[in-house]
Design a protein around this ligand. Structure first.
Ligand code: SF4
Length: 433
């Protein structure tokens, strides 16, 4: 479901100015009604990635519906997510939710011996009734005597945006990672296996080893962390995870994100520099895949160049994608809006971003829609809840959540990433005839 922030609509009058690659841009800060998915959406890609994990949402029927519609109902496979539904009696404080939770978890684990790690995922209802899932996870882990690791994290819509569900999940995993101080590269943020394999081959050719990924494909194989760990973020929304890794001694490699040819080249170059590998080596390794990606991008550049695009604040990917679309595809940035501006995670991206007409943080949805109607960009990137109404008003939209579900990182995916933006424009052009 979409969630709306409960904060009264207001625009921070104290606009600040932000240095971006294209100059100094005023940052419009808004704190009002929000229209975004909640963090439960992250279960859709996290359960595909971590193959021995099960996600048990402790929530309401609404949460169950969200999960089923976001993930699709798996009829033939045993799904690895479910909802323990809080009943009216639980919500009214008339029943002991912990007893009920213990019963549900015991039944689940008896029925599914394949589960190695169980995540208890908090929701708006569980947080409103202050059900302490961290304590519940500790109690249930003790009951399991080490057979199953049980962790808790929040996926509630009380968070700012839907990608924070992954950040809170990975933060919970950091506490479980074994300690080791040997030098290693740790790539943080969910990547489809096919993309992870491509990056492994590139890191190997460049000479960076060992390379670990968080999340790993199996939660039972958590990578180590310590003073020698260099963290390379694959997604801009893992700021809390990076902070938790830093507390364990790791160091962040500041870099743009691997979207498009330029971003991927800079990302790999930053990793190599952290391991004292000359940039010439990176260039040798990257030359062929870069040329291939450039050739693939050319046809989409023709379709996208000169088109005006606005991003509504939804995924935290808005700045890296805006950078890619402007610099590599020739699009014009109208409004680039982010749910929250994490300057540490986005600094290298801001340095490259061509100055948009407007840069904003947070949301006051009605004011933002008014600006959008006045701007009338060729393409609007937004959440599912806003896409259909905007299409009905004649605006062309792209669902931001699709950019998290699809393989879009790296050289080989750069043309696919551009195609995701060209497709709705082509569809609209065909409808116009
Ligand atoms: S966690 Fe909150 S926003 Fe998400 S589906 Fe449940 S009630 Fe809705």
């Amino acid at each position: 479901m979409s969630s709306s922030g409960a904060v009264a609509a207001s625009v921070d009058p104290a606009q600040c100015t932000l240095a971006v690659g294209g100059g100094a841009v005023p940052l419009l800060r808004e704190r009002g009604q929000r229209q975004v998915f909640c963090g439960l959406a992250g279960i859709v890609w996290l359960h595909r990635k971590i193959q021995d994990a099960f996600f048990l949402v402790v929530g309401s029927r609404t949460c169950a519906h969200l999960l089923q519609s976001a993930a699709g109902v798996m009829i033939f496979a045993e799904p690895r997510f479910a909802t323990a539904i809080l009943q009216d009696r639980d919500l009214a404080g008339m029943a002991d939710c912990n007893d009920e939770l213990d019963r549900v978890v015991a039944e689940l684990l008896a029925r599914r011996p394949d589960i190695g790690t169980l995540f208890l995922v908090g929701s708006c209802p569980s947080e409103v009734i202050k059900l302490d899932l961290d304590t519940a996870a500790e109690r249930l882990s003790r009951n399991q005597q080490g057979r199953v690791r049980i962790l808790a994290y929040s996926g509630s819509g009380i968070e700012t945006t839907f990608t924070q569900g992954e950040d809170t999940c990975l933060t919970a995993l950091v506490r479980e990672m074994p300690a080791a101080d040997a030098p290693a590269l740790l790539v943080v943020g969910t990547l489809p296996d096919i993309v992870e394999d491509q990056f492994c081959r590139l890191f190997d050719a460049i000479g960076i080893a060992p390379v670990h990924f968080l999340p790993p494909r199996r939660a039972s194989e958590l990578p180590p962390v310590g003073a020698g760990t260099r963290v390379l973020a694959a997604q801009p929304f893992v700021g809390d995870t990076v902070a938790a890794l830093a507390e364990r001694g790791a160091t962040l490699i500041e870099a743009p994100y691997p979207f498009g040819v330029e971003g991927t080249r800079a990302w790999l170059g930053a990793a190599a520099a952290a391991f004292d590998i000359p940039d010439a080596r990176v260039q040798d390794v990257c030359a062929a895949p870069m040329a291939r990606a450039e050739r693939g991008l050319a046809r989409y550049r023709e379709q996208l160049a000169g088109k005006r695009i606005s991003f509504l604040p939804d995924s935290q990917l808005e700045i890296p994608l805006g950078r890619f679309l402007a610099r590599e595809c020739g699009m014009q940035l109208v409004e680039v809006a982010v749910p929250y501006l994490d300057r540490r995670m986005l600094g290298p991206e801001l340095a490259l971003l061509p100055a948009p007409e407007r840069l904003s943080e947070g949301q006051d949805v009605e004011a933002q829609l008014d600006r959008l109607r006045a701007d009338r960009p060729d393409l609007t990137v937004c959440g599912l809840g806003l896409a259909n109404p905007l299409e009905a008003e004649g605006l062309t939209t792209k669902w931001s959540i699709e950019l998290v579900f699809s393989p879009v990182h790296g050289f080989d995916q750069a043309p696919d990433l551009a195609e995701l933006f060209a497709r709705p424009l082509n569809r609209r052009a065909r409808l116009a005839f």
